[in-house]
Structure formats: C-alpha cells, structure tokens
Design a protein around this ligand. Structure first.
Ligand SMILES: C[S@@+](CC[C@H](N)C(=O)[O-])C[C@H]1O[C@@H](n2cnc3c(N)ncnc32)[C@H](O)[C@@H]1O
Length: 207
C-alpha cells in the first residue's frame, strides 16, 4: 500500500503522541509503563487490525509498524483520537526493527504482507528467512508469529520459509472465515474476502 504523502506530513509525524521516535533504541516496557505482553503488527497499513486488537485486549500492548509516511500518517490521524494507552506506532522498515527493539516482543502479526511474486524479490517478503532472522532479535523468548493472506503462493512459500527456519506450524487454515477462530479483519482482508478470495491463516511457534 502506498498513499500520497499529506501536505502537512512533517507536522503530523512530529506532533503525533502515538508515534515513537527512533533516534535511539526504544525500551517499550518504559513507554507502556507496565509488564504486559507486547505484540507487533508489521506492515499494519492504516491500522484497522491493530486498533481492534488494542481495544479488545487492553492488558496487552500493541505496536504497529509501517514503512510508508503516507500510510502511517493516515493511521496516526485515525488512531490518535482514541487515546489508547496500549497502542503505539513505529515508522520503520521491518528489516531495521532490530536496531530499535531488543528482546521485548511476545508475538508478531503479519497481515496481507506484500506478495512480491517475482522470484528476484522474494527476499523482500516479510515471511522470508532473512526477515525471520531479524525478528529473532526482537522476541523476548519463544517466537510466535501469526500470518494471514489471500495470496496462496505467498502462503505456501511462507510455510516453507517458517519450517526451514525451525518454526512449528501449530495452526493452519486455507479458509479462515469458515473456522471457529477469533479473527479481527484487516482492510485488505475485507477487500479480498468481498471479492470471493479465501483467506489463508497460520500460527507458527519456535522455541
Ligand atoms: C498489502 S498492505 C496490507 C496492510 C494491512 N496489513 C492490511 O491487511 O490491510 C501491506 C503493508 O505493509 C507495508 N510494508 C511493506 N513492506 C514493509 C516493510 N518492509 N516494513 C514495514 N512495512 C512494510 C506496506 O507499506 C503496506 O502498508
């Protein structure tokens, strides 16, 4: 997702109360001021999913990560007004997260990540082994990833990336909306599901 940058982009980014500054490594525990679990959504888009998670789970902290200014500005404008103590945002590429977050994360959510269909770009996929290696540094202990996508090629490849990297796939569905699994829909999920696409879903754990 790429959106045009708003004219007052710098102002939105500078004045945001929920966007974390990345001038040095962040201690999320100090920001949230509690010892509650911390979950990341990487590639959160406009933040529909993370907002639903944060409101339904007030005793869990959520951090949304998005790399494009235009997109995160939309999320800031929408999410800031709710003033949720357990929700913060980071503007950053997934590949750089390990510079700022160290051993504090319990769970990572990857929702409708860009599929990068051409083989030469597979390394950019957020489930690719290169990125899984980056995530290792973020997790506090056990590594726990939830992933969903409409894109079956990305999904099948991701199962292989995760297994090759030592994750166990503990839950999998090729039609999430038919399952009895709690699910908060993302913007892309609604779009693709309305078009008739089935939603693929997995939960992976690495000890
Ligand atoms: C297809 S959209 C899905 C948005 C949202 N998760 C949803 O399901 O509606 C993928 C999002 O991931 C972001 N993204 C892609 N690569 C990223 C990266 N390397 N680091 C952080 N965000 C990334 C894009 O900017 C885009 O907003």
């Amino acid at each position: 997702m790429r959106l045009r940058n708003p004219k007052n982009k710098e102002e939105i980014l500078k004045n945001s109360k929920i966007l974390l500054k990345l001038d040095k490594p962040i201690k999320l525990k100090n920001i949230f001021k509690n010892n509650n679990p911390i979950c990341l959504e990487i590639g959160m888009g406009k933040g529909d999913f993370i907002y639903q998670m944060a409101t339904n789970y007030p005793n869990i902290n959520f951090v949304g990560v998005e790399k494009y200014d235009g997109v995160i500005c939309k999320a800031i404008k929408k999410l800031e007004e709710y003033e949720l103590d357990n929700l913060r945002l980071i503007r950053c590429d997934a590949a750089d997260l390990e510079k700022y977050i160290k051993k504090e994360i319990d769970t990572i959510y990857l929702n409708f990540s860009d599929p990068w269909p051409k083989k030469r770009y597979h390394k950019r996929r957020l489930t690719h082994e290169n990125l899984l290696k980056t995530y290792d540094a973020l997790f506090k202990g056990k590594k726990h990833i939830f992933f969903k996508t409409d894109n079956i090629d990305l999904f099948n490849d991701s199962v292989i990336y995760l297994k090759n990297y030592g994750y166990d796939i503990v839950n999998i569905s090729y039609d999430l909306h038919k399952e009895n699994i709690e699910n908060f829909q993302t913007e892309y999920e609604k779009k693709f599901s309305d078009l008739g696409y089935k939603i693929n879903y997995l939960e992976a754990i690495k000890k």
